[in-house]
Design a protein around this ligand. Structure first.
Ligand code: GDP
Ligand code: MG
Length: 602
């Protein structure tokens, strides 16, 4: 295809402003789908994506459009992941486009994510086309929103497109705006092949499917290609695009977006951001910006029922086929038996994997305290010289007498937030040992830069930030290396037994309040037993917090329900059901939710 006939764009929006509905309309209007196929949203595939309202994997569709100038255009619509855990994937998807539609709800106006997304889009030099959606709503105030876009975002909005994605108003205008306002891609068809690997996933029939943006050159079936960062070579066996149904094409050339397959079975060979080139006529330089994404948060996953171990292994292996950023290796724990130590990009990523294992594979799991990776400097001993080890499991903490120092990973975070919420956000950052680096104001919004220890962020920082700002704060971060800290291992003892799954590494100054909080949470989460249960937090031999769960009086059911046999039976059945989701620690049963819930700071 002639470059001047290609447009590559993404859609950015605050949640619920109509991004998916608009995408579906564009697909429908350009003939990709019938009304019936439209009934379910096309771009959000996984159940979890639908429920959480965020996209987890990048998706793309190719639309054929005959514009009012009488010419045929190819429009590539790229959907991007919607969470900070997947920031690198987002950056690659955006790098594959020249422009973006900025969808703003005509009744809600500019909101937090609108702004956060715009900043990213601007960073990638996108031409941004404002779209004011939901003009059909009685509460719509398109003129007011137009002004907001100009005043708050600083984007000219005179020719913002007015739409109702729901009733199909303004869709042709959007398509025309894409063609006339978003620039065509640049690229040299005759130069050596250079394609960016935007995303990849495993398909049981096709093997690993690779989403690419061709920058220069041409890629065809039968071509031998090399992945420059990965170092592997492959024979391309399919080239095509999604319309949204899969369609094979003879080639993809400079400027185009599409997919290839190359008989690849292992997704770890296809790293997002890698450069694909021709083995016979390779590009001199790889594309800039490649980064190997590595797990930053680790935790143990154990089956509640030890008999499920093999099933867990199989299920984890299957999920891993589709997700190269997730890692796992076998782990044994004194209390929990056989399980896996898994690595994730962040807490949401962890929750998604855990949820999929529970839902799609029907497994009951225990998740141990998430941990970041610490560098532990050890002094020499009789057996070993001094060395540095990387620790991502508090259970493996070496003998404290040999520890010279511990370093923890730090991040630099950028937070955008409306003035009104600034106070509580500053307090949150302070409470998490943050170091303020910068604070500036732009149009009623504060832009904050903080350095924070990653372990203070991974648990629930993002959730807290969102809740105290009522969704208005946006948050982005990158790692800035390890720094020494006064860190200690805190153990949790239930009925005087240490529960290794709950032990964690904390900053000494925060240990007491964290320990007290954990004990309080566990007191609520662990049901009463027939005996008294002490819950303690301890550093070494020193108890720093304690709570006690009072003993249960005998025969509660009789007391509560008197003679009603069926209700009593139901209650007992419920208890039995609950039992399955419990883990026995000595003589104490701890419910599965307790393990992760106890870590939330609340
Ligand atoms: P997303 O989160 O940005 O992908 O938003 P969705 O496309 O899922 O839309 C969120 C909600 O707004 C859904 O219930 C849509 O039906 C509704 N919606 C989207 N566009 C319009 C519109 O133009 N008018 C009205 N009234 N509702 C809309
Ligand atoms: Mg959506």
């Amino acid at each position: 295809t002639d470059l001047s006939r290609i447009r590559n764009f993404s859609i950015i929006a605050h949640i619920d402003h109509g991004k998916s509905t608009l995408a579906d309309r564009l697909i429908q209007r350009t003939g990709g789908l019938t009304e019936r196929e439209m009934s379910s949203q096309v771009l959000d595939n996984m159940d979890i994506e639908k429920e959480r309202g965020i996209t987890i994997k990048a998706q793309t569709v190719r639309l054929d459009y005959k514009a009012s100038d009488g010419k045929d255009y190819v429009l590539n619509l790229m959907d991007t992941p919607g969470h900070v855990d997947f920031a690198y994937e987002v950056s690659r998807s955006l790098a594959a486009c020249e422009g973006a539609l900025l969808v703003v709800d005509a009744a809600q106006g500019v909101e937090a994510q609108t702004l956060a997304n715009v900043y990213q889009s601007v960073e990638h030099d996108h031409e941004i086309v404002p779209v004011i959606n939901k003009i059909d709503l009685p509460a719509a105030e398109p003129e007011k929103v137009r002004k907001e876009i100009e005043d708050i975002i600083g984007l000219p909005a005179d020719d913002a497109v007015m739409t109702s994605a729901k009733s199909g108003i303004g869709i042709d205008e959007v398509l025309e705006a894409i063609v006339t306002r978003i620039p065509p891609p640049k690229g040299d068809r005759d130069a050596p092949l250079k394609a960016m690997l935007v995303d990849s996933w495993y398909d049981p029939y096709l093997g690993v499917v690779i989403l690419i943006r061709v920058i220069d050159g041409v890629i065809r079936k039968g071509q031998q290609v090399k992945f420059m960062a990965g170092g592997t070579t492959h024979l391309v066996d399919r080239v095509g695009a999604f319309r949204p149904k899969i369609e094979q094409l003879p080639e993809l050339a400079a400027g185009e977006i599409g997919f290839i397959t190359a008989q690849i079975k292992d997704i770890t060979e296809t790293r997002v951001g890698d450069t694909i080139t021709d083995t016979r006529r390779p590009a001199a330089q790889a594309l800039p910006g490649f980064k190997l994404v590595q797990p930053v948060v680790f935790c143990g996953l154990f089956p509640v029922d030890a008999n499920d171990f093999e099933k867990l292994r199989e299920s984890i292996s299957k999920l891993r086929l589709n997700d190269a950023s997730f890692s796992f290796e076998m782990e044994t724990s004194a209390a929990l038996g056989f399980g896996f130590r898994c690595g994730f990009l962040g807490l949401l990523h962890l929750e998604i994997i855990q949820e999929r294992l529970t839902r799609e594979y029907d497994l009951d799991l225990i998740t141990t305290a998430p941990s970041v990776v610490y560098n532990i400097h050890l002094s020499h001993s009789k057996e070993e010289p001094a060395k540095v080890i990387q620790l991502h499991n508090p259970a493996d903490m070496p003998d404290p007498n040999r520890i010279e120092s511990i370093e923890e990973p730090w991040i630099e975070a950028t937070i955008y937030v409306p003035d009104d919420y600034l106070g509580p956000i500053l307090k949150l950052c302070q409470d998490r040992r943050g170091i303020q680096k910068n604070l500036t104001y732009v149009a009623g919004r504060a832009q904050l830069t903080y350095e924070l220890p990653l372990n203070e962020v991974v648990f629930d920082f993002y959730d807290r930030l969102k809740s105290i700002s009522r969704g208005y704060a946006s948050f982005d971060y990158h790692q800035i290396g390890h720094r020494e800290g006064d860190l200690v291992k805190m153990n949790i003892l239930v009925n005087n037994e240490p529960v290794d799954a709950l032990s964690m590494i904390v900053h000494r100054a925060a240990a007491e309040s964290r320990g007290r909080h954990m004990c309080e949470r566990l007191k609520d989460l662990i049901p009463r037993h027939l005996f008294k249960i002490p819950i303690q937090a301890a550093i070494g031999g020193k108890v720093i917090a304690r709570e006690t769960i009072a003993a249960l009086r005998k025969d509660v059911t009789a007391k509560c329900y008197g003679g009603d046999i069926t209700r009593k039976k139901k209650l007992l059945e419920k208890q039995k059901e609950g039992k399955k989701r419990m883990r026995e620690y000595g003589s104490v049963s701890i419910p599965q939710e307790a393990f992760i819930a106890a870590l939330r700071m609340g």
